[in-house]
Design a protein around this ligand. Structure first.
Ligand code: DGL
Length: 308
């Protein structure tokens, strides 16, 4: 990792956040990235709020140690349950939460005309660090949301009800199964919740793992629009990076460079739970945490070496 460049820390329990990492690596060709996973403790979605908050604290500590410029929480469970841990982390690290996109997509479906409980338009992240993004309209109803149990009982989701045309399914095992099948997702046949025969117009994927099998949801709910709640994420990261870099230096540098060649090559691997460096030359993605080696392999397998 190049000197004097603070990395963007992207984190999930496991592989769900890899598609966010892929988006960001392509969108920000001059940034360095650290992916932090905790496969040994996943699934997070079945844990208590208290435990999830502890695991969020682990991210704040990690980002501090790595001198990260930004934490991108590519996990709806952590961002729905542990928002205040990131807000109160006491580090000079801003954060962007996956659940912002989810909340934004769902704003208005609780009868609040697009304004959520905090009075802000579709933005979960409160306080002066939050970045609003108004680019998403109300979703088409009836809609079905799939998410983890912890996300379901969080404020992001709990206010939604059937009466308003939104059905929510908490999936206890889906994220874990996706993680287990990460190298054979093509042949994996998920068992989606019963009662899903309705003619839904929108399917909302409220767990980043589910985005890895987006095509299976699309197949199952043909005719529905499938959204993963991360559509506004790139903009929020761009603004946060710009703020972290002191007002737009990197934003200017990055503009117009989307799609530029990524540099992310194989390097030393020391096994799960230890860092797995992807460095050769100016390599700019490094994997840390439990399952780091698996995450690195999955990243290449899912998103293709030829793109890097
Ligand atoms: N991918 C995560 C999410 O977006 C968590 C999955 C899990 O560990 O349960 O909720």
């Amino acid at each position: 990792m190049g000197k004097n460049i603070q990395p963007i820390v992207v984190t999930d329990s496991g592989a769900g956040g890899l598609f966010v990492l892929d988006k960001l690596v392509r969108a920000f060709p001059r940034e360095k990235f650290v992916y932090f996973s905790d496969v040994g403790n996943m699934p997070y979605g079945n844990k208590s709020d208290e435990r999830i908050r502890e695991l969020c604290g682990m991210r704040v500590d990690f980002a501090k140690r790595k001198k990260g410029k930004l934490i991108v929480v590519a996990c709806n469970t952590m961002s729905a349950v542990g928002r205040e841990v990131f807000e109160n982390g006491g580090v000079a690290v801003d954060f962007v939460l996956a659940a912002d996109g989810l909340s934004e997509s769902l704003s208005g479906t609780d009868g609040t005309s697009g304004v959520n409980r905090s009075g802000r338009v579709g933005c979960l992240s409160g306080g002066n660090r939050s970045i609003e993004n108004r680019s998403h309209g109300k979703i088409a109803l009836p809609a079905v949301v799939f998410c983890t149990a912890a996300t379901r009982k969080s404020g992001v989701i709990s206010r939604l009800s059937k009466q308003n045309g939104v059905v929510v399914y908490a999936e206890r095992d889906l994220a874990r199964e996706i993680e287990e099948h990460i190298f054979d997702l093509l042949s994996y046949k998920p068992r989606l919740a019963e009662g899903d025969r309705k003619n839904y117009k929108t399917v909302v994927l409220g767990c980043t793992h589910y985005a890895l099998i987006r095509d299976k949801f699309a197949e199952r709910f043909s005719g529905a629009v499938v959204i993963d709640g991360t559509e506004g994420l790139e903009n929020r990261v761009r603004q946060a990076v710009s703020a972290a870099d002191g007002g737009g230096k990197n934003e200017r540098k990055n503009r117009g460079e989307n799609g530029a060649k990524k540099r992310c090559r194989s390097g030393s691997e020391k096994g799960d739970g230890r860092k797995s460096k992807v460095r050769k030359g100016k390599g700019r993605v490094v994997f840390f945490g439990s399952g780091a080696r698996k995450m690195r392999r999955a990243f290449f397998a899912l998103f293709g070496r030829e793109k890097l």
